[in-house]
Design a protein around this ligand. Structure first.
Ligand code: GLA
Length: 746
């Protein structure tokens, strides 16, 4: 952009020097000069200004730091044809109806029925730190971590105010934005669309990276070219969903895992969302994300305010991997509120894949005893423990009736839990901890709750209430439903020694009675999450939605980890976990060793391979019945637990480097480097046996080139050698794996 200026470019540069655009220093996190704004991170600069003529907010830059003090106004024109200046500018808050024919960020139906808006800059203010979003999850930090700029806009014609809130976390090169709309007029208005973030990049050649999937196939990485017109994805399911994740990245066509520019966008929200990327005819690429406009139409009376969820935008010039690591550390430290976010996880055993619904107090206690004998620290009782009149012995009854099944637990649940937590864990001074499964947002028609409160479920008049997995969704937008959930869980958690809750959610929303139900439901759900996680801070909360159907930043605000997928096949899991790690920290991933042949894929892999894959997730455990395991496999469990406990602190707090991707290589690999750089652990896999081919050379990344590292307690190499020459291993047969430790030498 700066090389040999054309005559008009020279004029623009001179205009800058002449003071047309005042200087914007790059030293403090937020610098303002006149009406030019700069958010400055360690390695990012996000700049925009107020247009003198239109009072519109015009984007200037989102990328690596700009070292000059001035902004280079883009050369636009000569303008010919129907698209006027407004349709060619980089706009921060684009509207619809005044000649910008691209995807709008805001679309409001005014009280007079018009859908035109004209928001003009009014004022701005800077806030120390970052205010929380009312009723919604949001990133947090103190004044040393984050600074906030609020830009106040106003539409004089409709008397509607828009506050755009920008926060910068300089250390993570992350800009966070949300929008408030306040109706200052006398009539009702309707918000039809309001993106949390909309940004115009001055590049035409970009690829888009995203995560798609389905049940048991979450986190599938997709890279596609951004083409002309609007492309995107979203969720209309009422949840973030398995189908698409509320995350995407724009990257240059040459960007790789370790090189090039990547702009990452992530929505801190659990409801239906929308991502739109438009390569416009005039050469800019617009990217917008926010709540799904199909499920909004939010009425706003006089004096009322609507707040969008926040969107986090991260810039990396160290490839997609660099972007992921920024998201990981930001989310670990400034999104997840739980004290367990960066603590080591106790190795657990979950009853679901081992026993399903088929158990009683004797068989469950036996499973808990076996777990403790093998060195497992936490036993999680999954589905099937509740329901009195409608016992939950299959999936067609009981949801909503959160009272222990008296046939299965004749002594009562607290007594049974006492018996579990009295068990001594082998090779340790600990007693077994206990965790319990709930699906609080759901109800089976075969339940006492449904018979008492048929109106509590989401329904649209007399349309049939369609069942999925024999269940209906409670309308969590209703305060009485929120209170019911809070009290039902509090009764159980307050009366027994429960250290862990798995919060499941196994269907999408159908027959919503009004479009804004989705957002209202989320406000209600967040109130419930906030109340319970605050009331029970010592409980480790695990999110789940038929696996990773709600693996999103909204859930992570309250729950430190999420069950990544119902597919526990180790080969599939490498793809799922690597994909999920595009944006989410490995510390937040639940990953379990299950039985073979695998229930989903029928594939058989060794216990070592399954365990190595699962150890890349922060919440490691088992989901099988040890009584049915081959003796040889069972005998390995204590060693597997010891290894898992050794790697866990590095996985939970360290940086992940995806060295080779499962989509591209028969030998996927990831290196985790501890926070202080003193230790690292390499996970290295062979998927298929290979004959007559050179063994791959794996070059490490992220090490200190000058330091020496001892490999598995044996040879010592410099970081430079390990990164430039690499390591070579010989594998043996299908589904083989290595876990290699590196110790930095002093
Ligand atoms: C969902 C979850 C599973 C298990 C079952 C129980 O499918 O993802 O892990 O808890 O529900 O019904």
């Amino acid at each position: 952009m700066l090389g040999s200026p054309s005559p008009s470019r020279l004029a623009a540069v001179l205009a800058v020097t002449a003071g047309l655009v005042a200087s914007v220093g790059a030293t403090s996190p937020i610098s303002v000069s006149g009406k030019s704004f700069a958010l400055n991170g360690d390695n990012v600069s996000y700049r925009f200004h107020v247009d003198d003529d239109s009072s519109d907010l015009i984007g200037d830059h989102f990328g690596g730091p700009a070292t000059e003090d001035g902004i280079f106004p883009p050369i636009i024109g000569p303008i010919q044809g129907w698209v006027d200046l407004i349709g060619r500018q980089r706009r921060e808050f684009p509207d619809l109806g005044r000649g910008d024919f691209r995807t709008p960020a805001v679309h409001i139906k005014q009280s007079a029925g018009y859908t035109v808006s004209e928001f003009k800059y009014q004022s701005h203010n800077i806030v120390k730190g970052k205010p929380a979003l009312h009723g919604l999850p949001s990133t947090f930090g103190d004044a040393g971590d984050v600074s906030t700029l609020v830009v106040h806009m106003y539409d004089n014609y409709s008397s509607v105010a828009a506050d755009l809130t920008y926060s910068i976390f300089p250390k993570y090169d992350a800009v966070v934005r949300s929008v408030n709309i306040t109706n200052r007029g006398k009539g009702n208005i309707t918000i039809e669309k309001l993106a949390s973030l909309s940004v115009d990049l001055p590049y035409e050649e970009l690829d888009m990276l995203e995560l798609k999937g389905d049940w048991a196939r979450e986190g599938m990485r997709v890279r596609r070219k951004v083409d002309y017109g609007t492309q995107g994805f979203g969720s209309t399911t009422g949840y973030s969903s398995h189908l698409h994740n509320p995350f995407f990245s724009l990257i240059t066509p040459t960007t790789t895992e370790s090189q090039g520019e990547a702009w990452g966008f992530s929505l801190v929200y659990t409801g239906s969302f929308s991502v739109e990327v438009e390569k416009a005819s005039q050469g800019l690429t617009r990217a917008a994300l926010g709540v799904n406009p199909y499920q909004l139409s939010w009425p706003l009376g006089p004096g009322e305010t609507f707040t969008t969820p926040e969107a986090v935008a991260v810039f990396s010039n160290t490839g997609v991997g660099g972007m992921s690591r920024k998201f990981h550390s930001l989310y670990r430290k400034h999104l997840i509120k739980s004290k367990f976010a960066t603590q080591m996880h106790p190795v657990l055993l979950n009853s679901w894949e081992g026993l399903g619904f088929d158990y009683n107090d004797t068989t469950i206690l036996h499973l808990a005893q076996e777990s403790a004998d093998l060195g497992v620290k936490l036993f999680v009782l999954d589905d099937g423990w509740f329901g009195v009149k409608y016992p939950r012995i299959t999936d067609n009854a009981g949801l909503g009736d959160w009272v222990a099944n008296p046939t299965r637990f004749p002594q009562g649940l607290p007594e049974f839990i006492d018996n579990v937590t009295k068990l001594k864990v082998a090779n340790s001074s600990d007693h077994l901890q206990f965790g319990l499964w709930f699906e609080p947002e759901m109800v089976n028609p075969n339940s006492t709750l449904y018979h008492q409160h048929p109106d509590w479920v989401i329904h649209a008049g007399s349309y049939p209430r369609t069942l999925t997995r024999n269940q209906l969704v409670l309308n969590v937008a209703l305060p009485e439903v929120q209170n019911f959930i809070i009290e039902s869980l509090s009764n159980i958690l307050g009366n027994a020694s429960i250290s862990y809750v798995k919060w499941d959610n196994n269907r999408g929303i159908h027959e919503a009675p009004y479009p804004g139900l989705d957002y209202a439901y989320m406000l209600g759900l967040y109130r419930v999450f906030e109340t319970l996680s605050t009331r029970f801070p010592d409980v480790r909360w695990e999110g789940c939605a038929s696996g990773g159907g709600r693996f999103d930043p909204g859930v992570l605000q309250y729950f430190p980890h999420i069950w990544t997928s119902d597919d526990t096949d180790a080969v599939e899991r490498i793809r799922i976990q690597f994909g999920t790690s595009l944006v989410y920290p490995p510390s937040a991933m639940g990953a379990h060793v299950s039985a073979v042949p695998n229930g989903q894929t029928q594939r058989t892999t060794s216990i070592t391979f399954r365990a190595h894959v699962a150890m890349m997730g922060g919440s490691f455990g088992f989901e099988l019945n040890p009584a049915k395991m081959p003796d040889d496999d069972k005998a390995q469990i204590p060693d597997i637990i010891a290894l898992a406990e050794k790697v866990n602190p590095i996985v939970v707090k360290g940086d992940m480097w995806r060295l080779s991707l499962p989509e591209e290589s028969n030998w996927p690999a990831a290196l985790f480097i501890s926070e202080d750089g003193s230790q690292a652990v390499l996970f290295y896999f062979q998927i298929k046996a290979n004959i007559n081919n050179a063994w791959p050379v794996l070059r490490l990344q992220g090490l200190d080139a000058a330091a020496k590292y001892k490999i598995d307690g044996n040879q010592t190499f410099s970081g430079a050698t390990l990164m430039n020459i690499g390591l070579q291993y010989q594998f043996n047969g299908d589904y083989d794996s290595k876990v290699v430790f590196l110790e930095k030498q002093r």
